[in-house]
Design a protein around this ligand. Structure first.
Ligand code: CA
Ligand code: CA
Length: 237
């Protein structure tokens, strides 16, 4: 990736690049807390699998290098740190519509499904007072994912936590900020605790709620996306 940046910069010396841009989905919740929360996933209800779909229209095309969640502004009252062992995080494009995820997880993944992280995931948060809380729960990718949606294509983030809790007990009690809105750009499908099948292939619940998520992306501030010298995107912030 760095080599691509260097190559493009040498060809276009007048264009400055911003190797990191950030975008919050659902859009508009950058500085506003979501109206809901979820105590599972990072907390104490593993094993779990959680898929969330994000409207392609709300995710700027580009290369996503990590994602962040934040503590809930009401229930996230303790500094927290959890080690989620043997986690697998997949990103994929999907033709599934918002609020129409299949309960069969595999049906929601596209041909470009990519394992972006695999291993022990440490999720930590220290701020217990800001509203909304800062995006501190960090999922760094070992393999970036390039999202370049066409019409009707959305993005899925798929997190599988196969080990029961507490494999390593959490410090504190993390609660993640989430938004419940029937017409926004996110929804989710998940199983928690005893509701996951042994193969983690079927959701026990699908609902319109979704975790408020920050996507960190490699994007050029002039509109050129990482690794793409042909596209000019006027929507890049
Ligand atoms: Ca909230
Ligand atoms: Ca929704």
């Amino acid at each position: 990736m760095k080599m691509k940046f260097a190559a493009i910069a040498s060809v276009l010396p007048l264009f400055l690049c911003a190797p990191l841009a950030a975008q919050v989905v659902p859009n508009g919740l950058e500085n506003t807390a979501g109206n809901s929360n979820i105590g599972a996933l990072v907390g104490n209800q593993r094993p779990a699998r959680h898929q969330q779909v994000y409207a392609g229209s709300e995710v700027t095309p580009g290369t996503i290098t990590s994602i962040y969640f934040r503590q809930d502004e009401i229930f996230g009252t303790t500094a927290a740190s959890c080690t989620l062992t043997n986690a697998t995080v997949i990103l994929s494009s999907t033709t599934a519509d918002i609020d129409a995820l299949s309960a069969t997880f595999a049906d929601n993944l596209g041909a470009d499904a990519t394992v972006v992280f695999q291993g022990d995931l440490v999720m930590s948060s220290t701020d217990t007072t800001s509203v909304p809380r800062p995006f501190e729960f960090h999922i760094p990718f070992t393999t970036p994912f390039t999202f370049d949606p066409g019409a009707g294509v959305n993005l899925v983030v798929d997190i599988t936590l196969p080990d029961p809790d507490p494999d390593i007990p959490c410090v504190g009690f993390p609660v993640i900020d989430r938004e419940y809105h029937p017409t926004d750009g996110v929804s989710s499908a998940f199983c928690f605790n005893g509701s996951c099948s042994p193969t983690f292939d079927t959701a026990s619940s699908t609902e319109t709620s979704g975790i408020v998520t920050l996507f960190a992306q490699d994007i050029f501030s002039d509109g050129f996306e990482s690794g793409d010298t042909t596209r000019w995107s006027s929507s890049v912030p």
